[in-house]
Design a protein around this ligand. Sequence first.
Ligand code: SF4
Length: 278
Amino acid sequence: MQYIQRKSLLYKSGVEYGDYTINHVEGCSHGCMYPCYAMLMAKRFGKVKSYEEWIKPKIVSNAAELLKKEIPKHRDKIKFVHLCFSTDPFMYGYQEITDLSVTLIRMLNDAGIKCTALTKGILPDELAKLSPSNEFGITLISLNEDYRSQYEPFSAPYKERIKSLYRLHKKGVKTWVSIEPYPTPNIIDQKFEEILKSVAFADKIIFGRLNYNGMVSQYQDHKGFYNKLSRQVIEFCKKNNKEYHIKEGTMTNNLKSNKSDVTASLFGRQEILAAAGR
Ligand code: SF4
C-alpha cells in the first residue's frame, strides 16, 4: 500500500446530491472502464498519469488527524458527509481502506454528523454499530458478471455486494442503491426489472444514465430508453414506498410535470428543500 499526506480533507462538494465530503484515498483499485469520471479528473489535474497508477490506491495517512482538526471548523454547516465522490471507501480486498473509512465515519458520528457512503466493494457489518442516521449504499448496474469483469474489473462480485447491503438492512440500517451509470442495450441487453427486484429491500433508489461514452449516443433511441427506465424506477419506488432520485440529464421528457418526483431525493424531501434554500 502507498501513502500520501494531505493538507486538508473535509470540504463542501459541488455534486448534485452532495453536501460535505472527504476523499481519504487517492486512486481506486476498482478500475472502472465506463470510463471513471474521478480518474479523468485526476488525470486532468495531474494527480495521476495513467490508468495503471489510478488503480494503485494511496491512503491519506494523516486523514484522521486532519478530520479531528477540521470537524469543529465545519460542524455547524454540515448536513451530512458523503464517502466518497472521487474514490471508493470500501475498496474490494483492501481491508486497510475499509478500516480507515469506518474510523472516519465513527469520528464524524461522534461529532453528531450523519454520513452516507457508496461502494462497489463490500459494506462491512460493523457499519450497523454506528449512528442510525447513516445511510449506506452500493452501485448496481447489472447482474451479469461478464459485464462486471469488463467494466468494473476489480470491484466486488454483484451477489457479494447485494448480500452485504442486505445484511445491513436486516440490522435496521437505512440502505440505498445507485443504478448509475446505467448502460444502453447496445452495450449490454439486460432485464432492468431483475436489477430492481434484486434490491427491492433497499430504502432508496438512484437512477442515472451513462455519460462520457460514445456507445450511448450510437444507440438510436437512447433518450427514449432512459426516459422509459426512469419512469419504471419512479413507478417501482412509488408502489413499494421507497425514496428515489433520477439524476440530472437522465429523464429528458415530462420533466416539468414530474419535477417533484425527480427531486424526491436520496436524502429525503425535507433535506432537498433545505438545500434548495441554502
Ligand atoms: S469505483 Fe468509482 S472511483 Fe473507483 S474506479 Fe469505479 S467509478 Fe472510479
